[in-house]
Design a protein around this ligand. Structure first.
Ligand code: C5P
Length: 299
């Protein structure tokens, strides 16, 4: 096998709370993460040497600043592989959107190199490499529904939800995640998100009660920088969806709807011409369950 093609699914945050600032400058998080069907497509090919990277969206760096490049470098170095890889990324996930687009491409590259070079990487070793690349990469390796704490890299797998349809809408503006976290530090928003209760609810039932307190502490911060988020939420509310929330540090907003037809209706009738809009649905966990992140030796 000389090349492999993998889907790299986006994620949304069903909730996101910040419980403290860490000594390493990162924030202590409590998040419920969910993978969705909107995916980039990653093709990785063996080449003689080096890392060549090509991306369908030319705004993305085709060099070591790309998380997919970093992923290839980390795994080739770790397993002392002399030859190299060519990576092609067909971008469907919008950039700087709060959907983990870069992190999921990186996770797909780790898995692709594992398959191409028959490395048989253990889940623990995958995990150690993933967290070196970025906080969301560990979740992106496995997807499904998970409770994430620490930097976002301590994961507890939750039972798969039944398939839920949603619509994603991103205004034409982008945000910088570090900037949003810095603004949060100045604001100190407290929402008292009942994360433990939400997690218990997701463990106990396949149908989600969206009135149970799912929220995102970064939503207000990003809304102040990008006013369009409020407009999008207002327009979405007029379609009477089950639930509306910003994902991650934004600015993408998602609306949970009762079925595919409702998602299609919103996409067809959406009035914001400059917005990115797409229907999507939740996707399930792909690997055997093993909670991870508490006791990993980083060496
Ligand atoms: O880990 P990653 O490089 O993806 O994080 C991007 C940025 O998001 C970090 O540089 C930091 O500013 C912010 N961040 C944070 N706390 C976290 C995760 C991310 O402050 N737990």
């Amino acid at each position: 096998m000389d090349q492999i093609t993998l889907d790299a699914p986006a994620k949304i945050n069903l909730s996101l709370d910040i419980t403290g600032l860490r000594e390493d400058g990162y924030h202590e998080l409590e998040m419920i993460m969910q993978s969705i069907s909107l995916s980039d497509i990653i093709r990785v090919k063996k080449i003689r040497s080096g890392i060549d990277i090509h991306c369908s969206d030319k705004r993305i760096p085709e060099n070591k600043d790309n998380l997919a490049y970093k992923a290839a470098q980390v795994v080739l170095d770790k397993y002392k592989i002399d030859s190299g890889v060519e990576i092609n990324i067909k971008k469907n996930i919008p950039l700087a959107a709060g959907l983990a687009g870069g992190s999921t491409d990186a996770a797909a590259v780790l898995k692709a190199v594992d398959s191409l070079y028959r490395l048989n990487i253990s889940r623990e070793k995958f995990y150690v490499m993933a967290r070196k690349i970025g906080s969301d990469v560990s979740f992106c390796l496995y997807g499904g529904t998970a409770f994430a704490s620490g930097r976002g890299d301590i994961l507890k797998q939750l039972p798969d939800l039944k398939k839920i349809w949603l619509v994603l809408i991103k205004p034409s503006l982008e945000v910088s995640t570090p900037e949003i976290y810095k603004s949060y530090d100045k604001r100190k928003i407290e929402l008292n998100i009942p994360t433990a209760r939400l997690v218990d609810q997701l463990k106990g039932q396949a149908n989600v009660d969206w009135s149970a307190g799912f929220a995102n502490v970064l939503e207000k911060v990003t809304e102040e920088k990008i006013r369009e988020i409020k407009t999008i939420k207002k327009k979405l509310a007029s379609f009477d969806p089950e639930f509306i929330l910003m994902s991650g540090s934004g600015p993408t907003v998602f609306a949970i709807v009762e079925d595919e037809a409702k998602a299609e209706e919103i996409v067809e009738k959406w009035p914001g011409e400059d917005d990115f809009i797409v229907k999507s649905h939740t996707t399930n966990y792909k690997f055997p369950t093993l909670d991870i992140g508490e006791d990993i030796d980083d060496s």
